[in-house]
Design a protein around this ligand. Structure first.
Ligand SMILES: Nc1ncnc2c1ncn2[C@@H]1O[C@H](COP(=O)(O)OP(=O)(O)OP(=O)(O)O)[C@@H](O)[C@H]1O
Ligand SMILES: [Mg+2]
Length: 242
């Protein structure tokens, strides 16, 4: 994680395309927001688009916008997220899910800083593209689900975020951080500490949901106090309760 922190500082002002790889819940979005916060674009927008959440046509109008009358139902002009984010950052989450047809259009923006809005004009933008994915884009590319030219354009700077089980030393400081955060968010005044025995279990557990799962676990413990339930869930011993 220290290497990632150094890399973030180095890259932040360059506006070179960054792609962040990592399993679900490792903190890819946290890193994207850090890149923005540390860059000279910090006062401009950070616009997030989840590329997996929308069908192809909607994703196209979301990213690139449309003119009034571009299609039935286009009653007024709608700017795309690339335009809205110009000067700032567009965060393309789940970029591996962009359909092939739109990959061509995305490539064009990355190459020329220009694209054509649905039903109309060409638009020039200066948008820093940060993307993230939890699949292996290289294998998508080999199986021709992902354009090779786009792959290389997006991968100029590559950040690999390791799963939590490969950086267990991050667990105690993250636990402290989440406890502090939740004490103030939930307005809990009493002290809240994780028993050493539970911390040992945390350090052994594999955290398939990564930092997100740790975060939810702490929050649930602070609200529900269901220590026994937790112990059962995360210890590797077989469940012996009758
Ligand atoms: N280094 C960190 N410090 C504090 N909180 C973190 C850190 N990394 C991750 N988190 C928290 O963990 C949760 C998951 O992070 P995030 O949403 O960035 O993950 P992600 O990799 O984008 O996950 P997904 O693939 O599921 O979208 C968030 O609540 C985030 O605030
Ligand atoms: Mg995410």
């Amino acid at each position: 994680m220290r290497n990632i922190r150094d890399l973030i500082k180095t890259v932040a002002d360059t506006a070179l395309s960054v792609i962040i790889y990592g399993e679900t819940g490792v903190g890819k979005e946290v890193i994207a927001r850090e890149l923005h916060r540390l860059s000279n674009r910090r006062d401009k927008r950070f616009v997030k688009v989840n590329c997996a959440a929308l069908p192809s046509e909607l994703l196209e109008s979301e990213l690139f916008g449309y003119e009034r009358g571009a299609f039935t139902g286009a009653t007024r002009f709608k700017p795309g997220k690339f335009e809205i984010a110009s000067g700032g950052v567009i965060f393309l989450d789940e970029v591996g899910d962009i359909p092939l047809r739109l990959q061509a259009k995305l490539l064009q923006v990355l190459q020329n800083g220009e694209f054509s809005r649905l039903g109309g004009r060409d638009v020039k933008v200066n948008t820093w593209v940060i993307s993230a994915t939890n699949h292996d884009l290289a294998s998508d590319m080999r199986e021709t689900r992902f354009r090779e030219d786009l792959y290389y354009r997006l991968n100029i700077i590559k950040i690999d975020v390791p799963p939590l089980r490969e950086r267990r030393e991050d667990i105690p400081p993250l636990v402290d951080y989440f406890i502090k955060k939740y004490r103030s968010d939930l307005d809990i005044s009493e002290d809240f500490t994780i028993y050493p025995e539970i911390m040992d279990l945390f350090l052994q557990y594999d955290w398939p949901g990564n930092v997100m799962e740790l975060f939810n676990t702490i929050r649930r413990l602070m609200v529900m106090g269901d220590w026994e339930e937790l112990r059962r869930q995360i210890s590797s011993e077989p469940d012996t309760t009758p």
